[in-house]
Structures are given as structure tokens and as C-alpha cells.
Design a protein around this ligand. Structure first.
Ligand code: ADP
Length: 479
């Protein structure tokens, strides 16, 4: 089946089509998805521009109705869309269904936010004046998303964009367009007016680049790799576009001597390997103090033996396939590099299963040193390295020894260490006795250093990006 782009209230043939395959089973074709060219992208931008004045002026009730309706439709189709997500992206079915649920809740949350948007009234320092601080829609936003959360990330960009009165041109990732298409279909069913949301599936270098370079787009929100984020920033800054970039991570999980071993192992297994390690919040560096190091390793390796790797749709699977052949190759190359640099690799084998797919066993690289590439570069696979620290102070220093700063965790029973770590770790999100990945939908998401740029996503903080602030001085003319 062919899936088209959605521009100015119409489903439109693509200039070309790309086949979407199931990474658990390459015989399983999900569909052919339209690929926009630059002309079609421009048409979508013009449509969003034309729709902006009216959508920016509708009542919050009208925005609430569309978003709340979309949220209900997503939640009603949670199982079916979860299967689609697991099929096209490869995360295990329960995680895929949970992600769809989260997307539905995000739409519900931002439906409410449309009604809750408030300003401030202050006295002036000058007599006779009052000051009002209000928020207005930003304009046309270009949304560029990755494949690893193919419904949650589009939801957490589209929902606030619409809630605060903006119009959208949305470019999903090439590898997972199915959920993006279904989401737009749902928004159409929920009554989004023509031109307010436009879907342009296609290549990053074509569609994404055209969005970044268009003077008719006011802002870009992007999630993906550091290199692409930098390219987008370079295109947007000369045009003074507002920017929100969520990029990589090299997230540390510190395990201290006094940690509850079972809690630490579960947090590390989940954080490092669930969703096949393909989360920007994944725990990729496990920093373990000397007193618990050997016990921790033994327990991790034993727990890893029990992980069930297989078809994302199968009932008894914990970890699905890697997303595609290129990522599988990259993961294996990183294991080679880790070995060559002196690390000992446990697991990581490529697996041949009943169906042809991109399966690999999760890998733990032990005996690593901070300078090794596996400790410096984001792999984006089910690979975690272990760094041994002599004490808490060294563990904290290692945790901060990275150019990234998205999420960071610590496992400890000590309130003092937990509190100190919370304050001094250089990350946007801190997890205490919990996995570095797995976040709530109603609170800010984002990082520091090279991980993120611009205001936070999600929760009521999302308004910082999706609105413009206006300060009005009002002289009521009274004596
Ligand atoms: P990933 O490694 O997760 O695929 P990318 O940064 O390559 O990360 O992709 C994230 C998103 O950015 C995708 O939708 C992709 O198509 C898009 N993209 C890739 N190159 C560009 C570009 N030059 N300009 C804008 N978007 C791009």
C-alpha cells in the first residue's frame, strides 16, 4: 500500500516512494511511503503560512477540541498502533504500546495547556502605568524527528506547537514514517483545519534542509544526531530562526558501593539495553566504585544471559532488533574498536533467528578507560561500557567527563551522595535509583552541553519555545 504526504488539507502523491521494512523480518513490507521533493516541501510551507493567522486566533476551546480528540483516538488505537510501531522500528511490543499511550497522553496534556496559557500583570515602576506580559503564537514551525520514538517525539512537538497556536510542517524520519502517517491521519480525523498540519515525508538532506533554509519558517524543533543538529543550526541562524535541538547523549549511570545491587542491575539493564539501546537517554557508561565492582559485573552478566532477544512482535521478547543494517554494522564496529583499545567485550554477537532481521545480543564492555571511543562517542545500540572508580568523587568526575549532558543516574542508599550528585552532575535530567531512560510526559525534557540547545521540550516548559513573549505598557489615562 502507498501512503501519501498531507499538504494544505489534501493527501498528495510523493515525487518518489520509499519502502518501509520490518527490522525483525525483512520479508515483511509495511508499505511504500511518499518522498517529497523541494517543490512539495515549499508547497507545505506556503500552506502552513497561509493557515497561521486563522489558527493563531481561534479560541483555546477549538485547539483543545482538536488535541483532546486526537489524544482519545490515539489511546483507543493504542494496541494497533503499538504493533505498527514495533513492526517498523523494532522495539519490543509492550514498550511500543506504552509509547503510543504516552503519545495519547501528551495530546491530552497539551489540550489542557491550550486553556491554561496565562500571562502576568505587574505594576509599573512609573506612575499611571501597568505592565502586561503575554504570550503569542510563534508562527510556522518545522518539526524534524528521528526514528527511535516514531510516535512520542512527533507527539511532543506537534501537540505543543498546535496548543499554542502555531502551524506545522512535519518531517518524520525515513526509517519510521508509518507512525507519523498514522498520527497525521488521526489529526485529520480529529478536525485539524486545512493547512494547520502538513506532513512531508522524505530525505533529510532534501526536505529537512529545505525546511531549515526557508525564510517562511519561523522556528525549527529537531531531534536527532549532533552532526545534523549542527547542520540545521548553521542553516537557521543566518535567518534568525528560533531553534530547539535535542541531540546525543553519553549518559552515565553511577553505581556506588552502598547501592542495592538488585536495584542497580535492573536500572542498568533497562537503561542500557531496553529499546535495543536506541534511546538518547540510554545508560552507555556504567561507572562503578571499587567495592561493588566485581559483584556488580557478575550480577549484570548473569542478568544479561536471561534477556530474550527476538522478533519485536513476539510475546516473550525483551529486546527487539537493531533498526537497520547500517546501525548493526556500526554497533559491531564499535565493539571491534573497544576490543582493539583494550576493553573486554561480553555478548554483542549477531544472532541468526527464524526470521531475517538485525538481531544482536546486548554487549557489556568491561575494563574500559575514559579515553576509549566507546566512552566518548554515542553508539546508539545495546552496548554499555563499565568504568571502575575508586570512590564517589572519582565517579562524579567520570560522569561529567563527556561533551554530552542529557541524563545521568546514580544508584546509592546514601541521601548525602544522592543529593550531592543531583546538584553537581552536568545533565538536564537526574535519576536516583532509577534508569537513565524512561521519563514522564508532563515535565521538562532536555539536556546541557552538546546534548541540547534551546528551551526545554514537554510539560508547561514547552511554551518557552512555542510562544513569543510580549510586554505591554498600559496607561489607563486616570489621574
Ligand atoms: P539518526 O542518526 O537518528 O537518523 P539524523 O540526525 O540523521 O539522526 O536524523 C534525524 C532527522 O534529521 C531525520 O528526520 C533526518 O531525515 C533528518 N535530517 C538528516 N539530515 C538532515 C539535514 N541536512 N537537514 C535537516 N534534517 C536532516
Amino acid at each position: 500500500m502507498r501512503y501519501e504526504n498531507y499538504i494544505d488539507g489534501q493527501w498528495c502523491e510523493g515525487a518518489d516512494y520509499l519502502t518501509n521494512l520490518n527490522p525483525s523480518d525483512l520479508e515483511d513490507v509495511i508499505g511504500d511511503y511518499a518522498q517529497a521533493d523541494v517543490a512539495q516541501t515549499q508547497a507545505a510551507i506556503v500552506a502552513a503560512r497561509a493557515a497561521f493567522p486563522a489558527w493563531g486566533d481561534v479560541t483555546p476551546q477549538q485547539r483543545f477540541d482538536v488535541l483532546d480528540g486526537a489524544g482519545s483516538l490515539i489511546l483507543a488505537r493504542r494496541e494497533e498502533l503499538g504493533r505498527l510501531l514495533a513492526r517498523e522500528e523494532g522495539k519490543a511490543l509492550p514498550e511500543a504500546i506504552a509509547e503510543v499511550g504516552r503519545a495519547g497522553q501528551i495530546f491530552k496534556f497539551f489540550a489542557g495547556e491550550a486553556l491554561r496559557l496565562s500571562g502576568e500583570i505587574l505594576g509599573s515602576v512609573r506612575p499611571g502605568l501597568n505592565v502586561e506580559v503575554t504570550r503569542e503564537p510563534l508562527g510556522v514551525v518545522g518539526l524534524i524527528t528521528p526514528w527511535n520514538f516514531p510516535i512520542a517525539i512527533p507527539a511532543w512537538k506537534i501537540a505543543p506547537a498546535l496548543a499554542y497556536g502555531n502551524t506545522v510542517v512535519f518531517k518524520p524520519a525515513e526509517l519510521a514514517p508509518g507512525c507519523a502517517w498514522a498520527l497525521i491521519d488521526i489529526l485529520v480525523e480529529a478536525g485539524v483545519p486545512k493547512g494547520v498540519v502538513n506532513l512531508v515525508m522524505g530525505r533529510g538532506a532534501v526536505v529537512g534542509q529545505a525546511l531549515s533554509e526557508s525564510p517562511l519558517i519561523d522556528a525549527i524543533s529537531f531531534t536527532g544526531s549532533v552532526q545534523t543538529g549542527q547542520r540545521i543550526a548553521a542553516a537557521c541562524l543566518p535567518l534568525r530562526k528560533k531553534l530547539q535541538l535535542e541531540m546525543g547523549g553519553k549518559n552515565p549511570m553511577v553505581v556506588l558501593d552502598d547501592a542495592d545491587l538488585d536495584v542497580a542491575v535492573e536500572a542498568c539493564i533497562n537503561g542500557a539495553f531496553y529499546s535495543t539501546g536506541q534511546r538518547c537517554t540510554a545508560s552507555s557508561r556504567l561507572i562503578v566504585t571499587a567495592g561493588i565492582h566485581d559483584r556488580f559485573l557478575a550480577a549484570m552478566l548473569e542478568r544479561m544471559e536471561r534477556l530474550r532477544i527476538g522478533n519485536a512482535l513476539a510475546a516473550d521478547v525483551d529486546i527487539g532488533p537493531v533498526v537497520d543494517a547500517a546501525q548493526l554494522r556500526k554497533n559491531q564496529e564499535y565493539l571491534e574498536v573497544a576490543r582493539a583499545e583494550g576493553g573486554q567485550v561480553h555478548g554483542g554477537e549477531v544472532l541468526e533467528l527464524d526470521t531475517r532481521g538485525f538481531f544482536m545480543r546486548p554487549a557489556l564492555v568491561i575494563g574500559t578507560e575514559p579515553h576509549m571511543r566507546v566512552n566518548r562517542e554515542e553508539v546508539f545500540g545495546p552496548i554499555a561500557s563499565v568504568l571502575k572508580a575508586k570512590d564517589y568523587a572519582e565517579a562524579l568526575a567520570l560522569a561529567n567527563d563527556t561533551e554530552f549532558g542529557l541524563s545521568a543516574g546514580i544508584c546509592t542508599r546514601s541521601l548525602s551522595y544522592a543529593s550531592h550528585f543531583k546538584r553537581h552532575v552536568q545533565a538536564g535530567m537526574v535519576m536516583i535509583n532509577a534508569a537513565t531512560a524512561g521519563v514522564d510526559y508532563h515535565v521538562p525534557f532536555g539536556g546541557r552541553k552538546h546534548s541540547s540547545y534551546g528551551p526545554r521540550e514537554q510539560g508547561s516548559h514547552a511554551r518557552e519555545f512555542y510562544t513569543l513573549v510580549k510586554t505591554t505598557y498600559l496607561n489607563a489615562g486616570l489621574p
